[in-house]
Design a protein around this ligand. Structure first.
Ligand SMILES: Cc1cc2nc3c(=O)[nH]c(=O)nc-3n(C[C@H](O)[C@H](O)[C@H](O)COP(=O)(O)OP(=O)(O)OC[C@H]3O[C@@H](n4cnc5c(N)ncnc54)[C@H](O)[C@@H]3O)c2cc1C
Length: 622
């Protein structure tokens, strides 16, 4: 038995081993979320809320104004959606403005925008045309520039980065038809030839965003396995591939329900010859590179979806005030008023989380890998709710296309909510599905316990190692566990500047942090390694952590805004509403840790899978 437990099959174990080998194991800096799962409420990591310097803000403001002008004058998102094309002229202009080299340092020809300003650009573009945001984001959030900046050699940076300022578009190619969430199932190979001077790439990559038009790709492929600790280990390696290399083909441009202007394809590699110097981060380091890149890429998604939600909120507000039914504006009927209030509170939380994570990544004073995953999951799920509610508020007009609304005349406002909903749906799937984010967060949340208990699970550990592990565990838990029952006092000086209405929410978050760590510890003691397989139970802990993080950043963000002149009278009710609603959700999740239907659901789903309820599918067209 090892850390994966005895109930893990051979195939799953192989997948987990590949993921585990690519996991970033060290925590050199603090993390608010990791702290939460350990029972520590590291308030100093979220408060005071970080702020953009006026100089950086000015740089961002100027650039945003220029992008906004370009979009307004040259880009019609409705046409992009209808034709599936972003006009060449717009792409050319975006290149002229350096929009494909936003984060690249000036020394390599880029604009060297800060992460905050980069996020602001994506936020703005996403509120208008998701396909254009996807083009720019897939290129530089996960495409070649990001892994090169993180892992490239000086020669690679000098060779490729300046091209992104001129005319080169890039993409990130990890997914394959058989390898989606589980990259260990990858079959694309890179076979060394000419004494290892070159590699021949063979295989297919699916849904590569920008792949259809890309000039340069970062491609993950299997290089020959290596023997590590007596066991053969798969090696995944990342290559820079120029798409004009013979043997590269775009097999198919994929079509989707939304982001219809994005050029996403199935790519085929047949003996594509790539020189060894195109390996990024070293042989066998490709999955680590891919996962780290996705981690950084996850900073863009919250900013982008928050932009889209703000547009949805704006349309909802205008329409709810204007549309009169049953004698009053629909926004005054309680059911719609309820939606407007909840949507506004959600947007506040998305904004707080987005800018907290981005600022923290920029200041590099904390490790944000967990926060980025939570922000991606939280904001994309909220985005789906908010855009869906906007559609409901617009009623039939929400379901009608903007083209039809416009062509119908009668002074109809042609808001593209139908497109916004279609465009938003993909976000909980790409760059790590919500379910995979849960698994990732669970793994890290359980890490302190797994580390302590690991020697006990290791069949090769001798008796002495096991006794030592028991002793060490006893000592560390003897200090750690009782602390989780200590009364939670206030924050003292650390709560200065927090509006009085919000202080009880912070105290609650601090108390619940202890309860979260306790509950996780109890579950871990019961289920041990099998805990990681208890996905529904683990998801509750993940979501409680996520919600406690959300309450904390909302309180911090609100206080920061008030300090900078926002009206306390207006802002605190909004933050208060978010915190109160979220506390209800947290209470419900804690209750469900012990009172749930997880076992029953498992039993029913087994019957579903085996076809026992196929009569539920009767009398339909098959
Ligand atoms: C429009 C679009 C653009 C994309 N762009 C890119 C790109 O640029 N580059 C790239 O490499 N890839 C890209 N992808 C691929 C995307 O990242 C994958 O779709 C995603 O990783 C999920 O893989 P999958 O679709 O094969 O789902 P699967 O892995 O088959 O999963 C199906 C469902 O099962 C769930 N699931 C899987 N495993 C588990 C588990 N262990 N526990 C619980 N639930 C689980 C998933 O969450 C999901 O809900 C894109 C996809 C789309 C649709």
């Amino acid at each position: 038995m090892d850390m994966f437990g005895k109930n893990v099959g051979k195939e799953e174990r192989a997948s987990l081993e590949v993921a585990e080998a690519s996991r970033q194991t060290e925590w050199k800096q603090g993390s608010f979320l990791r702290g939460l799962y350990e029972g520590k409420f590291l308030w100093n990591l979220v408060y005071p809320f970080p702020e953009q310097t006026s100089e950086d803000k000015k740089k961002g403001d100027d650039y945003l104004a220029a992008i906004e002008k370009l979009l307004r004058e040259k880009l019609d998102p409705e046409q992009v959606d209808l034709t599936g094309e972003i006009p060449d002229e717009v792409i050319r202009k975006l290149f002229e403005m350096g929009a494909f080299a936003l984060k690249i340092p000036e020394s390599y020809g880029g604009l060297e925008l800060s992460k905050i300003n980069y996020g602001r650009v994506m936020h703005l573009i996403s509120s208008y045309c998701s396909s254009t945001a996807v083009l720019l984001s897939a290129h530089q959030s996960i495409g070649v520039p990001q892994p090169l900046l993180d892992f490239g050699t000086e020669e690679q940076k000098k060779k490729y980065l300046p091209r992104f300022r001129k005319d080169a578009i890039s993409g990130f190619a990890l997914t394959e038809p058989g390898a989606g969430s589980d990259p260990s199932r990858m079959t694309t190979t890179a076979t060394p030839i000419d004494d290892g001077k070159y590699f021949l790439l063979n295989g297919e990559k699916l849904w590569c965003t920008n792949g259809v038009i890309a000039d340069i790709l970062i491609v993950m492929a299997l290089t020959p396995p290596k023997v590590v600790h007596g066991k053969e280990r798969k090696q995944i390696t990342a290559f820079i591939v120029e798409t004009n290399t013979p043997g590269f083909e775009v097999e198919h441009r994929c079509e989707f329900m939304g982001i219809r202007g994005a050029k996403i394809g199935l790519l085929k590699f047949t003996n594509v010859k790539v020189p060894r110097e195109n390996i990024v981060a070293g042989e066998g380091e490709g999955l680590k590179l891919a996962l780290t890149t996705l981690n950084t890429g996850r900073l863009t998604m919250p900013a982008a979806v928050t932009g889209a939600c703000k547009y949805a909120l704006r349309v909802s507000r205008i329409w709810a005030a204007k549309r009169v039914q049953w004698g009053s504006p629909i926004g005054e009927h309680e059911a719609i008023a309820d939606k407007l209030a909840s949507m506004s509170a959600s947007v506040l939380a998305m904004e707080a989380m987005t800018w907290y994570v981005t600022h923290t990544a920029m200041r590099q004073h904390a490790d944000i890998r967990l926060e980025a995953a939570v922000a991606k999951k939280f904001c994309t799920e909220m985005c789906w709710d908010v855009t869906n509610e906007a559609l409901q508020i617009r009623g039939g007009r929400g379901y009608e296309t903007s083209k039809s609304l416009r062509e119908r005349g009668e002074g109809e406002d042609a808001y593209p909510i139908e497109r916004l909903v279609r465009d938003s749906r993909i976000n909980t799937i790409i760059e790590g599905t919500s379910e995979i984010m849960n698994l990732f967060i669970t793994r890290e949340a359980l890490d302190i316990h797994l580390k302590r208990m690991l020697p006990l699970f290791n069949p090769k550990a001798g008796l002495f190692a096991k006794l030592k592990a028991v002793f060490d565990m006893g000592v560390s838990y003897a200090f750690w566990y009782p602390r989780l029952w200590m009364p939670v006092l206030g924050f003292g000086k650390a709560e200065e500047g927090i509006p009085a209405t919000l202080k009880p929410h912070l105290l609650y978050a601090k108390r619940m942090t202890q309860r979260l760590a306790r509950s996780m510890f109890h579950s871990m003691m019961i289920f041990q390694q099998a805990m990681a397989k208890k996905e529904i139970l683990a998801a509750r802990f993940v979501e409680i952590g996520c919600d406690l993080f959300a309450i904390s950043v909302v309180c911090s963000y609100t206080s920061g805004k008030i300090k900078n002149g926002a009206s306390e009278e207006d802002l605190t009710p909004l933050a208060d509403l978010f915190c109160r609603t979220t506390r209800r959700r947290i209470a419900c999740r804690f209750h469900e840790v012990y009172y749930n239907q997880d076992g029953l659901k498992k039993a029913v789903s087994k019957k579903v899978l085996s076809g026992k309820y196929d009569w539920l599918e009767s009398d339909i067209m098959k």
